[in-house]
Write a protein that binds this ligand. Structure first.
Ligand code: F6R
Length: 608
């Protein structure tokens, strides 16, 4: 979603800001802009569409003078993605330039108030209200104007402010939208995420909600909303620049698919010591754990599908009821949650607005919150009681791959770990499952190697417009993710169905040559799946079966086959999804889609 960058120092600001915006491109956007402060005032340029349009207009940043500035990539919420609606926005008197992420919920009332005072508005955005409030409240100190302005705002915002009267100073403020400060030598930065900062500095400060940071080349001062100075710790980022680059692959998505064995190794291996799972970050005592009578898992999109895997595995091993709820639904359904509920929150970015809201709602009702998060220092990580990080490294492609599989691996580990602590897992089974967890990276590698025909399968199927995924139990959870991957990057219509449910309506859509991808890796349900496959074949469907290596029964019924290496039946989900990711990738490639940045999507969905 929208991205913000800000800089002040002794180098020319615009090329640095442009580079930062390029690093944030992956978040999703539809226009971009930069404002800098030169000797003669504010210089600004913006452009609808890709950053290359802006780049062309400002010749790599050369045409915008000045040593400080702010930049923005906008993902349209209020008003179409046009040059006029793009950020930055200027105040009526031209003193302030502002970039803004989030949504100001009371902007209509504020706009009317400002119009009554004679302010005029050029764009359809809520942001123009904020920049004019800055003008209204400015009395010689931009920090005071920012404090007075944010006190008037309801909703979510991350702001980047530049003032014509105050050279060398940029201010940022955060409320429910991420901002990270980059601490440099003789220069300082801010950005929506660390990928825009790591090329310049690895020393960062995570701004919290209700905080305002005042940056000059020589220092950063952080205030709360009452203007009190706060002490914050500088933290060291472990990601490097190379991790956020393509490294010779055609797309980030392909690179990230191929990185999965390494990401899984980093996530799993340090947590298994002398044959035991060690989750230092899990602070519940045995007594606390025994009091938990319900586990709720909440997340959005793929992270929710990782949670759906978790539901099956945790419930099966721990014998505690588990509910998996979409965060956007959970928060509005008056959930039955109390201090005996363990809420497991799953998020790659740690910034998804719906997930944060659901988490806050359940926390307020007494739930204990355990978060599974990839981005260190993100909002969800900071709000949770306990955090288990997935060590997937930066995920740049909008469609998650290594983010998802590492989430599933942590779910699997958590299930085995809690079952052991609850005394519900026999020693031999526990040790076998720990061994198999350690093999997950190797199994993923194998699931890539034993399916060399995925690209040609995609060439066979890519022109079909409706593709069904069917499966039962854990296979059904994998269907949900496989189908979402296909939809979001290849724009093909696809549905995921619990195989037993098909005959209750959807089978009406099965006709001659309709591709049905049948996931059949749950060994105990193979006969049931076989019947479901025969049902669709009888109606003319073309079946691409996903089966465990060595499993012949289903293969005979299928038109095409994807093979999955065998492991413990509850741990199949990680390796099973990887060929589906590659299949979706090649389908999108055959259809000429923009794989890393699919249309209408944003990487980090920071609005509800
Ligand atoms: C799909 C995808 C999204 C995210 C969802 C949650 O490929 O990436 O469905 O999984 O937006 O995002 P996080 O995990 O950042 O909370």
């Amino acid at each position: 979603m929208c991205g913000i960058v800000g800089f002040t120092g002794s180098q020319k600001a615009a090329p640095l800001l442009l580079d930062g915006l390029k690093k944030l491109e992956y978040r999703g956007y539809d226009s971009a802009g930069i404002a800098t402060l030169g000797e003669d005032g504010i210089h600004m340029e913006k452009a609808a569409g890709k950053i290359k349009n802006l780049d062309g207009k400002i010749q790599g940043g050369e045409t915008l003078p000045g040593l400080s500035g702010v930049g923005h990539t906008r993902w349209a919420t209020h008003g179409a993605p046009t040059d006029v609606n793009a950020h930055p926005h200027l105040s009526n008197d031209g003193k302030f330039a502002l970039v803004h992420n989030g949504i100001v919920e009371n902007y209509v009332a504020l706009r009317e108030e400002l119009m009554a005072k004679g302010f005029q508005f050029k764009s359809e955005t809520d942001t123009e209200v904020v920049v004019n409030l800055l003008e209204l409240y400015y009395d010689g100190d931009m920090k005071d104007a920012v404090l007075k302005t944010v006190a008037r705002l309801e909703g979510a915002y991350a702001l980047g402010v530049l003032c014509r009267e105050e050279r060398g100073r940029v201010i940022t403020a955060r409320q429910a939208a991420p901002i990270i400060l980059g601490v440099g030598k003789g220069e300082n930065y801010f950005a929506s995420d660390v990928t825009a900062l790591v090329a310049h500095t690895k020393d960062v400060i995570y701004l919290d909600d209700g905080e305002i940071a005042d940056l000059t080349p020589d220092g950063i001062t952080i205030y709360d909303t009452s203007g009190k100075v706060l002490e914050k710790t500088v933290e060291r980022v472990t990601w490097d620049v190379a991790a956020a680059e393509k490294g010779g692959y055609e797309h980030f998505m392909l690179k990230e698919i191929m990185e999965q064995p390494a990401a899984l190794r980093s996530t799993i291996e340090p947590r298994i010591q002398n044959g035991e799972i060690v989750l230092d970050q899990f602070s519940l005592t045995d007594a606390d754990l025994k009091k938990i009578n319900k586990i709720m898992i909440t997340a959005c999109g793929s992270a929710f599908y990782a949670g759906s895997v978790g539901k099956y595995v945790i419930e099966e091993l721990c014998r505690i009821p588990v509910e998996a709820d979409l965060a956007s639904e959970l928060r509005y359904r008056n959930p039955l949650v109390d201090e005996h509920t363990l809420l497991v929150v799953v998020s790659q970015s740690g910034e998804t607005a719906d997930t944060i809201a659901a988490m806050k709602e359940c926390k307020a009702r007494g739930a204990r919150v355990l978060a599974i998060v990839n981005v260190v220092g993100s909002t969800i990580a900071r709000l949770a009681d306990d955090v288990i990080y997935t060590w997937a490294g930066p995920e740049i492609a909008v469609a998650t791959t290594k983010g998802y599989t590492t989430q599933v691996a942590v779910m699997d580990m958590l299930a085995v770990y809690m079952a052991r602590r609850l005394g519900r897992l026999e020693d031999a089974v526990y040790h076998q499952m720990v061994e198999e967890l350690l093999r997950l990276p190797e199994l993923v590698q194998r699931s890539i190697e034993i399916n060399p025909a995925l690209q040609s399968l995609a060439e066979k199927y890519h022109s079909h417009n409706d593709i069904f995924f069917i499966g039962r139990n854990l296979d059904y959870a994998a269907c949900l993710e496989g189908s979402l991957k296909l939809k979001e990057i290849s724009y093909l219509h696809s549905e995921a169905y619990a195989a037993g449910e098909l005959k209750h309506g959807t089978i009406a859509l099965i006709e001659r040559d309709r591709p049905v991808i049948a996931l059949a890796c749950c060994e105990v349900l193979l006969d049931k799946m076989l019947s479901n496959i025969q049902e669709v074949k009888a109606r003319g469907a073309e079946v691409l079966a996903v089966v465990l290596e060595g499993e012949e029964k289903i293969v005979h019924e299928a038109d095409d086959v994807i093979l999955i290496p065998k492991t413990h039946p509850l741990l199949n989900s990680v390796a099973e999804v990887v060929p589906l990711q590659l299949f979706a990738y090649y389908m999108a490639k055959s259809n000429g889609c923009d794989i890393d940045k699919p249309k209408n999507l944003a990487k980090s969905v920071t609005v509800e």
